[in-house]
Write a protein that binds this ligand. Structure first.
Ligand code: BGC
Length: 733
């Protein structure tokens, strides 16, 4: 539920775009290609804006309250991230000169997934007169259409909902709308209560796609009118009557608790979240605010039921059509993993739920074995309409395998590995084995052709270094998991092998492919080549291209971009972070320096990775600059498109910048290690890490790092390359 005003604003996509999104509620449409080819996804999926249940319109006699009219004499709006409540208080003078005080509060419950509540209090300050409160559900939703920006998506033609029922009695209003193609019914049901010493009458109305109540109050100067509204959403393919009985139950629970009770629940839930997740930076208030804002947003948007995931823009806007990308596995899972590992597991369970579709997609893409996860999706089917920067990004498979590896390292959750992790590891490994081949022209090394790496400004290449090294890792993890299962969990291994038809020689092939993986390297420059031909291309003319031509994707045909050495985001540099133990510091420096010069950071997924690697190689000032961009990207709208929705991968990246970047946390070879650095402007910073049943608090100041074991058994850790045993507290330089 976007933080727009209850009464709304004149529609303006930058300012007041209404938005209420339910994770996983989407509509399909037809992707129209100029020229169709085999395997092109035919259906688009778009997360859709559902009915606006928070709407409240206020009238003073015949004047309608609006922030765009009259005078605002006093105003404050805040999102309290400790309480999880959006607050607004203001004094408004109407064009005819009447003054009111308005105090609103709104929360979307974290614990009751269907429920939101609004507390709305209006007080006439200098007049007696009629005050009308209209509380409605507005099903006439609008969409962000028609902008020529690929990052928004092409939208849906002709709307996507039709209203199938609307009911209202003296207390409850309900609107049922069904998507035209996916057949999902969304119920929005509200209940309200009014409290005032003034006399009032109430009425109800249904008007096409809108349904609600009208309270007519004989307002008296100084006497408050308090209205509380509980809003429940539910979506499913079930009938309206079963949706109604379910939502009424949720509403009953809400009425029992009352607004204040729900606010308390919200506070308690968040107290636990912040206890585990907070990062405290002393000495920089702007950064402190930013990091908490980011962590709060991630929690608001992430699917926690194993059936939904997290959209690139969270649930905050229509950018990227609400699609789930590799952003989840590469950025968001790591940020949750060391504070709320349960959420990371749910995100992986979502992927597991889509494994059959990924297998089908692999067959459609002519792979005899394995699974190919979609580059963009909501329902598990590939829906990227531009394959060079979509389907070609096979590295999503490796991202999923990598996330499973990190999840297992941090949790040792064998039940997960046996019930779903191993199957995903095997199927992704099989895909690499099928996709690549031992290339005689490259000394029999295992090569992977015609893919796109993370850098979307370079497409359809042979041997993208990042893809190859991550595929190698994927193959190794799958092989090691198979060996472990054969030794320790033979029945489960046999069952899985029978289920997916795994031949004994396949795992050996994974090992051979991994051992012989081709990793392009330029002896002349002493750097890893992004792919076989990257270095043959002309370097982009950074000097003469004006600033306003960035992001390049909005100003140049893809071919123009593709034929140059220019990167949208971290590619080789991302591998330097993820598999950093495989490279010398000198090698990392050379690679970083080379690719830094040719990277635009037009993607919001870039700056955080450069910050982490810069810290690793001792370029702390650069690391800090990249970090500032990351941390405040949405608060300060650095990319100029926050109105499309926030950048969730980047938000998670800001967590990584602190923990993996400044504190240098890594887990390689089963050891949790740190190399803390503190920026001279900070007094100290601290955070907590959940790892294998422990909770460890780190506090880093310019003179020392303290490790405190808050939960769990003692543990061996590495601090600046030296091993220590953490029993309860360690203070080190
Ligand atoms: C980036 C992708 C990313 C997508 C969604 C694009 O701009 O290049 O790496 O997955 O945005 O965030």
């Amino acid at each position: 539920m976007r933080g727009t005003f209850e009464e709304g604003l004149e529609y303006d996509s930058r300012l007041g775009a209404e938005g209420t999104f339910l994770n996983g509620v989407y509509e399909e449409g037809t992707i129209r290609y100029g020229e169709m080819a085999h395997g092109f996804p035919e259906k688009k999926q778009t997360m859709i804006n559902v009915a606006n249940g928070k709407k409240i319109i206020l009238k003073l006699d015949n004047e309608i309250f609006s922030m765009q009219a009259g005078n605002i004499l006093d105003y404050k709006r805040s999102i309290n991230m400790r309480e999880g409540v959006l607050k607004r208080s203001l004094i408004w003078q109407s064009p005819m000169g009447k003054q009111i005080r308005l105090e609103t509060e709104r929360l979307v419950c974290f614990q009751r997934r269907n429920l939101a509540a609004v507390s709305y209090k209006v007080t006439p300050l200098d007049f007696d007169g009629t005050i009308i409160v209209l509380s409605e559900i507005d099903g006439d939703t609008k969409y962000a259409l028609g902008e020529k920006d690929p990052r928004i998506g092409s939208g849906l033609e002709g709307g996507s909902f039709f209203t199938i029922d609307a009911v209202v009695d003296s207390e409850t209003a309900a609107l049922f709308q069904r998507t035209k193609r996916t057949g999902i019914t969304v119920a929005c049901v509200v209940k309200g209560t009014i409290k005032t010493e003034c006399s009032y009458t109430s009425d109800k109305y249904i008007c096409r796609d809108r349904v609600g109540f009208e309270y007519k109050v004989t307002g008296q100067k100084g006497k408050a009118i308090e209205y509380t509204k509980f809003i429940v959403y539910e979506a499913s393919e079930e009938s309206c009557s079963s949706l109604m009985s379910y939502t009424l139950k949720v509403l009953e629970g809400a009425m029992e608790r009352g607004y204040d009770g729900l606010a308390r629940e919200q506070y308690e839930f968040l107290s636990d979240y912040w206890y585990r997740s907070d990062i405290e930076i002393k000495g920089d208030i702007a950064l402190q605010q930013a990091i908490r804002f980011n962590l709060f947003h991630l929690l608001q948007s992430v699917g926690r039921d194993g059936k939904t995931n997290i959209c690139a823009k969270g649930l905050t806007g229509e950018g990227y059509e609400g699609h789930y990308f590799w952003d989840t596995e590469m950025y968001i899972i790591p940020a949750f993993l060391y504070s709320s590992p349960g959420i990371s597991r749910k995100l992986l369970e979502y992927r597991y739920g889509t494994l059959d579709k990924a297998r089908e997609r692999a067959r459609e893409m002519s792979h005899k074995k394995g699974a190919l996860f979609p580059w963009r999706t909501i329902n598990g089917e590939e829906c990227s309409g531009y394959f060079p920067a979509g389907t070609a990004q096979y590295h999503i498979n490796a991202a999923i395998a990598h996330a499973i590896k990190k999840y297992m390292e941090a949790t040792q959750d064998e039940e997960f590995l046996l019930s779903c992790g191993a199957e995903m590891l095997f199927e992704t490994a099989r895909l690499w084995a099928d996709l690549g081949y031992f290339n005689a022209c490259k000394d029999g090394r295992f090569c992977i052709n015609c893919v796109t790496g993370p850098d979307e400004y370079t497409a359809i290449v042979n041997n993208n270094f990042y893809t190859n090294i991550m595929a190698k890792d994927n193959l190794e993890i799958a092989y090691n998991t198979a060996v472990w299962m054969k030794e320790c969990h033979r029945p489960e291994y046999d069952r899985l092998a029978a289920k997916i038809g795994l031949e004994p020689e396949e795992t050996e092939l994974w090992k051979r492919a991994a051992d012989n993986m081709y990793l392009p390297y330029s002896e002349k420059l002493g750097i890893h080549m992004q792919d076989d031909t990257f270095l043959d291309k002309k370097v982009w003319d950074f000097k003469n291209v004006p600033k306003e031509n960035y992001p390049l994707l909005l100003h140049y045909h893809p071919l123009v971009i593709y034929r140059h050495q220019v990167c949208k985001q971290a590619d080789v540099v991302l591998a330097l972070f993820l598999l950093g133990h495989k490279f010398s510091q000198e090698q990392k420096r050379r690679d970083y320096e080379y690719y830094e010069k040719v990277t635009t950071h037009d993607s919001s997924l870039s700056a955080s990775i450069f910050s982490i690697v810069a810290n690793d190689i001792g370029y702390h000032e650069e690391a800090y600059d990249y970090f500032i961009k990351t941390a405040r990207m949405d608060l300060d709208d650095y990319q100029g498109n926050t109105h499309h929705g926030v950048h969730t991968a980047n938000m998670a990246g800001s967590w990584m910048c602190i923990v993996n970047g400044f504190a240098g946390m890594r887990v390689y070879d089963d050891i949790l290690s740190f190399k803390p650095y503190i920026h001279p402007d900070w007094e100290s910073y601290s955070f907590r890490i959940a790892y294998r049943g422990r909770l460890i608090q780190l506090t880093i100041s310019s003179s020392e790092t303290s490790y405190e074991l808050l939960e769990g058994n003692e543990l061996e850790i590495t601090h600046r390359d030296k091993k220590y045993r953490l029993k309860d507290r360690l203070t080190l330089e």
